[in-house]
Design a protein. Structure first.
Length: 298
């Protein structure tokens, strides 16, 4: 192999290594007793708890009986007992190369929430209304659902309105269900409507007797087996089998999101947020999903 080819290969490997370090988040997923963190060598330590995102330049410091669990690029590491631990030294291999498979998908969703090369969208969910012509906007990601599912449709309006009319249409535009609603949400059992697998439907909200209205928001009816397959494939992943309950729930949410079961993903993110006494990561991941779907629908 010529020196020129070796040089090119070396540059490519270096590029992949640098890209991986930028795109691979490191999470402190679980702590017990006193765990402190400094963002770099020589910086001041402060108390840290799950689910904190750590930088590779950072250092963890544990007290005598403390434990910590970290995640990076498909790998979990356990720390026990008194000592200091440079974060990068814990994941030398994981930070060296770009992630593959589910780890890549999971990393991209983490980065969308915590910020970085794959996740520059860190604006608040309430910072904008997307398409300004709509006075009412959805706050419910849906995507694919199964025919018998119970769905709570939620929306926001620029002004509080006395009554809304919720309607559901089939692919031809025919209204298959409508209802007058005084709240900004409506629970509907899709199983009672006879919706067909493989078909696409749309829901919208208008001010009853007024001019305010929403866009149409589309979703499709998937087979029960398709949704079950998403969980089956995830449960076969070694990293899922090693994860603690909170991380498992986040992985479930990411798997559903990647398969376009956005309503199931949103629900899993909400459950993960309820499991986390500290850290905003689950809610930030949920908000990133909501923003992404709002942009796609407007």
């Amino acid at each position: 192999m010529s020196k020129q080819i070796l040089f090119i290969v070396g540059c490519l490997l270096l590029s992949l290594s640098l890209q991986a370090q930028d795109d691979v988040p490191i999470l402190l997923t679980k702590t017990y007793k006193k765990v402190k963190y400094a963002p770099e060598q020589g910086a001041r330590y402060s108390k840290v708890e799950a689910t904190k995102s750590l930088g590779p330049e950072g250092v963890l410091k544990l007290s005598g009986k403390a434990t910590a669990r970290l995640y990076c690029n498909g790998t979990f590491k356990e720390l026990k007992g008194k000592g200091t631990h440079p974060v990068a030294s814990l994941f030398e291999d994981e930070l060296r190369y770009a992630p593959m498979g589910f780890s890549s998908t999971f990393n991209s969703r983490l980065m969308a929430a915590i910020g970085g090369p794959k996740g520059s969208d860190t604006t608040s969910i309430s910072s904008g209304w997307g398409n300004k012509k709509f006075e009412i906007i959805s706050s419910t990601p849906i995507g694919k659902v199964v025919a018998g599912q119970l769905i709570t449709f939620r929306w926001q309006s620029k002004k509080d309105l006395p009554e809304y009319t919720f309607s559901l249409e089939d692919e031809s535009g025919k209204v298959v269900h409508s209802a007058a609603v005084k709240k900004k949400e409506y629970m509907l059992n899709l199983g009672e409507l006879g919706l067909k697998e493989g078909k696409k439907y749309a829901w919208k909200v208008v001010e009853t007797g007024g001019a305010a209205f929403s866009n149409k928001y589309f979703f499709s009816i998937a087979r029960d087996a398709e949704k079950a397959e998403v969980m089956k494939l995830l449960q076969e992943e070694e990293v899922y089998q090693q994860a603690d309950p909170l991380m498992k729930k986040l992985m479930e949410a990411v798997s559903f999101e990647d398969a376009e079961f956005y309503y199931a993903a949103d629900k899993a993110y909400a459950e993960a947020a309820g499991m986390s006494d500290t850290g905003n990561l689950p809610q930030e991941m949920r908000e990133a999903l909501t923003r992404k779907q709002a942009r796609a629908q407007d």
